[in-house]
Each structure stands twice: as C-alpha cells, then as structure tokens.
Design a protein around this ligand. Structure first.
Ligand code: OOG
Length: 260
C-alpha cells in the first residue's frame, strides 16, 4: 500500500509548483502508480486550479516528437491542460522567481475554430476544426528533480506545464504545409537545433487528433476558441536568468524567450 492517493498527490504537485520546490518522482514511493490514476491526478489538479479562479483555455500535448521521447526516456505522447494563468505575453521574461528550473521548446500551436470531439477524429477532420496556426513556445517546469520521471509521473504533473507564448503571426491552415514548416532554435545567438513539423507524429494535426481521441476516453473534448500546443518539435532548452532563446519559423515568424 502506498501512502499516496489521487487527492494527496494532486495537492503535493500543486504545492511544489506554488513553492517552487522540486521533489523525487511520485513513482519512487508509489511504484504501482498507473496511467489511469495519473490522469485522475492531473484532472484533480485542473479542478483545484479552476477552484482557485483559473480558467481552462486549452490543451497541451507532450512527448509527441522522437527528440523529446528519446531525451525524456518515455515513448508515448501525453495530453494535459492549459489554463489562463499559464499564458505569457510575448516579451514577458521567464522569471526565476516563478519557476523551478524552466526549459523552453518550440511548438506549433492551433487555435480552434470549432469544437472537436473524439472518438474517431482523424488528422484531416482535426485540421478542419482549426481556425489559426501560430508559432508557440512552451515553457516547461517539471516538479520532479532534474526532470526525472516515468510516464505516469509526468502525466500526473500536467506534462511539466509552466507557461506558454504564441505568436507573432496567425496563419490559416489552408495553404500552409506543416510537415515542412521549419524552426531554427537559437540560444544566445547560436543556432543549436532545427526541426520541421513532421517531427510531431508526422504532422501536428496527428497530435491534435490524438488529443481529441484521448480526451474522449476521459469524457472531455476540445472547444472552439481553445489553444492546442502540439508538443515540442525539438529538445527543450534551459532558460536561466539572462538566457536568450529564439525560435525562428519559416512562415509563422519568430518568438524570443528571455530568462529574467
Ligand atoms: C514533459 C513533456 C513536455 C513536450 O512537448 O514534450 C512537453 C517534459 O519534457 O518535461 O510539453
């Protein structure tokens, strides 16, 4: 028997977030923590965020690219929640006073034009529900020391959610080839990484379809107006104070994230 349950685990993860405190993975003390229970913990953290006045504004996927799966030693995409508190204005620094050990990764972001409800959603039907495509920067901040976690750990921890930025350019999906849309990652003036949209499950629309179908199994859907972050295209890069990280996309423009 583990001393942990859904409620105490959700409280602990949110307390770590609030106090900027990292911890060992839950699975160290709760070895039989399974995926279903982990999603129940994630949902409990969302309920607590909403009870505290936050609004659910969308969904984020994690571990949708091989680069991320390899780096984190986890080989299955996951789905988590975005709330309005996580939205960051372009140019707002990633404050060392707010985060534990923030890292940032480039993503392709969608803003939904219509509701999207699984099961049976395909990449094509998913794309039909998208109103706008943006460049995204996902600031991740695991509550686990050194980002060490198992798949259930990171699911419970809302896919390491921290903050996100979208922009600067909104494009309609028609006419945009997201498999070849590329991103260059520049850290302190040096290009260190590159990827294209194909890195995300072959096409970011596959990630959107996967999210809709996975949410349907949890009795949830994605609603018009919501944001969907389709998962890191490349590895994530640390954002200590003073760091300057820019993502340059082919058609979606450039986003710069600074550590402050
Ligand atoms: C977990 C997943 C982060 C992504 O896009 O892969 C994520 C992590 O790497 O801490 O949002």
């Amino acid at each position: 028997m583990s001393a942990w349950d859904i409620r105490t685990a959700a409280c602990e993860l949110l307390t770590c977030e609030r106090e900027r405190r990292d911890r060992e993975p839950l699975s160290d003390e709760w070895p039989d923590l399974d995926l279903a229970t982990a999603y129940a913990i994630q949902d409990a953290t969302l309920r607590q965020r909403v009870a505290a006045g936050q609004c659910r504004v969308g969904v984020k996927l994690g571990l949708t690219s091989r680069a991320k799966q390899r780096r984190m030693g986890v080989d299955e995409p996951i789905v988590a929640w975005l709330t309005d508190d996580m939205a960051m204005a372009a140019g707002e620094p990633v404050s060392a006073e707010r985060f534990i050990h923030p890292r940032v990764e480039p993503e392709i972001a969608f803003v939904m034009g219509a509701d999207l409800e699984g099961p049976g959603v395909t990449a094509a039907t998913a794309m039909d529900a998208v109103a706008w495509v943006y460049a995204g920067a996902d600031v991740i901040d695991s509550r686990y020391r050194d980002f060490r976690f198992t798949l259930p750990d990171v699911v419970a921890d809302n896919a390491s959610s921290g903050a996100f930025v979208t922009g600067p350019t909104a494009l309609r999906p028609a006419g945009l080839d997201l498999t070849t849309e590329a991103v260059l990652v520049e850290v302190d003036g040096e290009i260190v990484d590159t990827a294209t949209g194909a890195a995300v499950l072959g096409h970011p629309a596959e990630a959107l379809a996967l999210a809709a179908n996975a949410l349907a199994r949890r009795g949830q859907s994605i609603m018009a107006g919501q944001v969907v972050l389709t998962g890191g295209l490349t590895d994530a890069y640390p954002v200590p104070p003073g760091a300057n990280i820019a993502f340059h996309f082919t058609h979606l423009g450039s986003l710069t994230v600074r550590g402050g």
